[in-house]
Each structure stands twice: as C-alpha cells, then as structure tokens.
Design a protein around this ligand. Structure first.
Ligand SMILES: Nc1ncnc2c1ncn2[C@@H]1O[C@H](COP(=O)(O)OP(=O)(O)OP(=O)(O)O)[C@@H](O)[C@H]1O
Ligand SMILES: [Mg+2]
Length: 169
C-alpha cells in the first residue's frame, strides 16, 4: 500500500502516466483489472481519461456513469471502462458478461467496484482516491495497492516512476 498526494491535476496526470508506462503491453496475457474507489468527484474518471491518453485514446473519454461501460480498441489493446454507481443490486453486473472480457491485451478499469464486488474479477491494482474538501479542491490523495504477492514489484516500479517524473514539475 502506498499513498501519494495528487492535489494538482498535473500530479494526477503523472500518476496516470506512471501506471500506464508500467504495464508491459507485450506481456498482457490475461486482462489487467484496475479498481478505482473514491467518493463522487474524487477524480476516478479524470484518472482514466489521462491513463487512456498514454495509449493513444485521444477522443473525449466519457464518464460511463450512465452507459455503465465505455470501450476503446486501439493499437491492438482493448480497454473497458465501467462505472457501477447506479447499480441497486450487485447481481446487475452479471448481465454484462465480464468473464468474457478476460482476454489478453485487455485492460479493465472499474469505478465503484464496491457496487458489484461479489461478482467481479480480482483486481491487479486498486486505487483509492480521496479529497479533503471537494468544493475548494484542498487536498487530494491516491492510495495504491496490489493484491497479488507477485505484483509487489509492480507497485514499486509505479512509485519510482511517479517520483522521478514529479521531480521535474
Ligand atoms: N488533482 C486532480 N485530480 C483529479 N481531478 C481533479 C484534480 N483537481 C481537480 N480535479 C477535478 O475534479 C473533478 C473530478 O471529477 P471526476 O468525474 O473525475 O470524478 P469521479 O471520481 O469520476 O466521480 P463519479 O463518482 O461521479 O464518477 C474534475 O472536474 C476534475 O477536473
Ligand atoms: Mg466517474
């Protein structure tokens, strides 16, 4: 688990870039699953928007809060961006066919995973976003956690890369 301060938008952009860069596109044999937690307006969609930019998704990345899912296919990679906020029941996720998305070259990003946790694939990376005063944008934090033991090195790479890049702003 690692917490960094991302009060400035430029820091969120660097975090998104660090994570994007740390994913070895050649070795994406199983889908990578990223959970994004955080209250309304803490920056989950904003993070995804900048994350996708690193892979060449330049069109307007829309929030999936109404559509539930937005997808992007670019340079041989498949991205699925979900937002389960509107779910009343965890089981609503079953109609989406998430298990069929577990393919190579696939990255799945999920906002509000707690709304469907029971039926979701395990995350490779969890990002907890928080904001101490949303109206005045006082302080924002991101806590990163990788669940699978073997991913510990991945987290270290992300943090090292983030620190290196943020030295230059
Ligand atoms: N450092 C920052 N990182 C992320 N967003 C920031 C930052 N500073 C300001 N913002 C602003 O905060 C807002 C975050 O909104 P966003 O839609 O990304 O939140 P969300 O967590 O996806 O909310 P929801 O749960 O409603 O989907 C945006 O307007 C964004 O520009
Ligand atoms: Mg959102």
């Amino acid at each position: 688990m690692y917490t960094i301060k991302i009060s400035k938008l430029s820091e969120t952009i660097i975090l998104a870039k660090s994570i994007a860069k740390s994913i070895d596109k050649e070795k994406l044999l199983n889908s990578k699953v990223i959970y994004l937690y955080g209250d309304l307006g803490t920056g989950k969609t904003t993070f995804v928007r900048y994350f996708l930019q690193n892979f060449g998704v330049s069109d307007n990345v829309k929030s999936p809060s109404f559509s539930i899912m937005e997808q992007y296919h670019i340079n041989g990679l498949q991205f699925y961006h979900f937002d389960f906020y509107r779910f009343d029941y965890q089981s609503e996720v079953l109609s989406i066919g998430l298990e069929e998305l577990d393919n190579k070259n696939t990255i799945i990003l999920i906002e509000w995973p707690e709304k469907a946790m029971e039926f979701l694939p395990k995350p490779d990376l969890e990002i907890f976003l928080s904001c101490s005063d949303i109206e005045n944008n006082v302080e924002r934090y991101a806590t990163l956690s990788t669940q699978k033991n073997k991913e510990g090195k991945w987290l270290t790479n992300i943090i090292n890369s983030y620190e290196k890049m943020s030295d230059h702003i």
